[in-house]
Design a protein around this ligand. Structure first.
Ligand code: 5GP
Ligand code: ZN
Length: 111
């Protein structure tokens, strides 16, 4: 998608602090971090919402969640993964992403 901000990050057209990438998935730091660790994990493919066909990217995305949680030393202490869908879910960027949050205690429910 030409105008999608996350597609541009995946293509390297706008800067982001990329922490992991492979042929399917890119992970980079959120520009407005809500925790000491706040990483966004996206597929390179432009998929607007979780209502779309996401099956082929879910496993690769979750493999990156698990790898980053391990590499960053959060596997034991814990972390949160968030997927927002559409208006009531609080989705702002319409290219699916997982938020990986950690390194502080997170309240539940989030509100
Ligand atoms: P959503 O509400 O769609 O689930 O979350 C979108 C997230 O993307 C927000 O946490 C926001 O801070 C982050 N974000 C929006 N624009 C940019 C950007 O240009 N660069 C980075 N690194 N993060 C962004
Ligand atoms: Zn996109």
């Amino acid at each position: 998608m030409q105008d999608c901000i996350f597609c541009k990050i995946a293509r390297g057209e706008i800067p982001a602090e990329i922490v992991y990438q492979d042929e399917t998935v890119v992970a980079f730091k959120d520009i407005r971090p809500q925790a000491p660790v706040h990483i966004l994990i996206i597929p390179r493919e432009h998929i607007p919402t979780w209502n779309d066909n996401v099956d082929h990217v879910v496993v690769p995305m979750w493999q990156v969640v698990r790898k980053l949680a391990n590499d960053m030393g959060m596997a034991e202490s814990g972390y949160r993964v968030v997927a927002n869908c559409n208006r009531d879910g609080g989705q702002e960027v319409f290219h699916i992403h997982l938020h990986l949050l950690g390194k502080r205690p997170l309240k539940w429910p989030p509100g």
